[in-house]
Ligand binder design. Structure first.
Ligand SMILES: Nc1ncnc2c1ncn2[C@@H]1O[C@H](COP(=O)(O)OP(=O)(O)OP(=O)(O)O)[C@@H](O)[C@H]1O
Ligand SMILES: [Mg+2]
Length: 233
């Protein structure tokens, strides 16, 4: 039986991996067996994919890189373009299979999307199809910076239009200079139809790794944790 959450965000580079790792560490501290998953990553650094390494480090079950990350591409471009450059295509059934392998080992799998929610993954499907295939409730990470209200509300609308549950959102303070931060957070609390799981302040690298206490995992109650669908669409 698989269970977990799909972590999406208002954009690329706004803290999806940071929040995914914080959630993995928080659930691990509660005694759960946890695995992170980054089904599709594009953009390598020195032959490594940072997201995969970070999610692997925050996992506490024995999983392979192939299970955590079935699709890895070198150029930092949209996954559908990166796959096309290699003459291949991302296949959701491959991802679903790897996800089920992780579910067999872990109590909880935290799946990080690529880029924003509607990023194309091939000529017919996008990030929403990936979340639907895994049938997971979604956590929305909002990178708190100018423009984020529009991005957050559009993303929430797309999640709900996909028929998925918005389990919660995280205010991630990626811009230490953001004006009217508290008012922006309040504006989203008023408009997003899900609980705020926590606010991550602007942190240094060391603090980020130890930010587990900042997110309220209790809100992510068991009624949000669902079985994966057996037949990917
Ligand atoms: N609260 C924060 N304070 C300071 N730096 C942060 C914070 N959250 C994230 N960062 C930094 O911002 C960068 C991007 O964060 P992260 O890798 O988590 O984003 P992402 O959404 O997963 O990106 P991608 O789209 O590439 O997967 C990282 O260097 C991370 O350390
Ligand atoms: Mg990431």
């Amino acid at each position: 039986m698989g269970k977990g959450f799909f972590v999406t965000g208002t954009d690329t580079g706004i803290g999806k991996t940071t929040v995914s790792c914080a959630l993995l560490r928080a659930f691990a501290a509660q005694g759960k067996k946890v695995a992170g998953m980054k089904p599709i990553v594009a953009g390598s650094e020195n032959g490594q994919w940072v997201d995969v390494e970070q999610l692997l480090a925050a996992s506490n079950v024995n999983v392979t890189r192939q299970q955590i990350n079935p699709y890895a591409f070198d150029p930092p471009i949209s996954p559908h373009l990166a796959a096309r450059q290699l003459g291949t295509e991302i296949d959701l059934s491959v991802i679903h299979h790897a996800y089920q392998q992780l579910c067999a080992k872990a109590d909880l799998v935290i799946v990080e999307g690529a880029g924003g929610f509607l990023v194309p993954i091939n000529d017919r499907q996008n990030g929403a199809d990936l979340a639907k295939t895994l049938n997971l409730p979604v956590i929305l990470v909002v990178g708190m910076r100018l423009g984020c209200l529009n991005h957050a509300l559009l993303t929430a609308q797309a999640i709900q239009a996909a028929g998925l549950t918005l389990a919660g959102w995280v205010a991630n303070c990626v811009d230490p200079q953001m004006l009217a931060l508290e008012q922006n957070i309040a504006a989203l609390e008023q408009r997003l139809d899900c609980p705020l799981l926590g606010t991550l302040p602007f942190l240094g690298e060391t603090d980020i790794a130890h930010s587990i206490g900042l997110l309220d995992t209790k809100i992510l109650t068991s009624n949000h944790i669902v079985k994966p669908r057996m037949n990917p669409s």
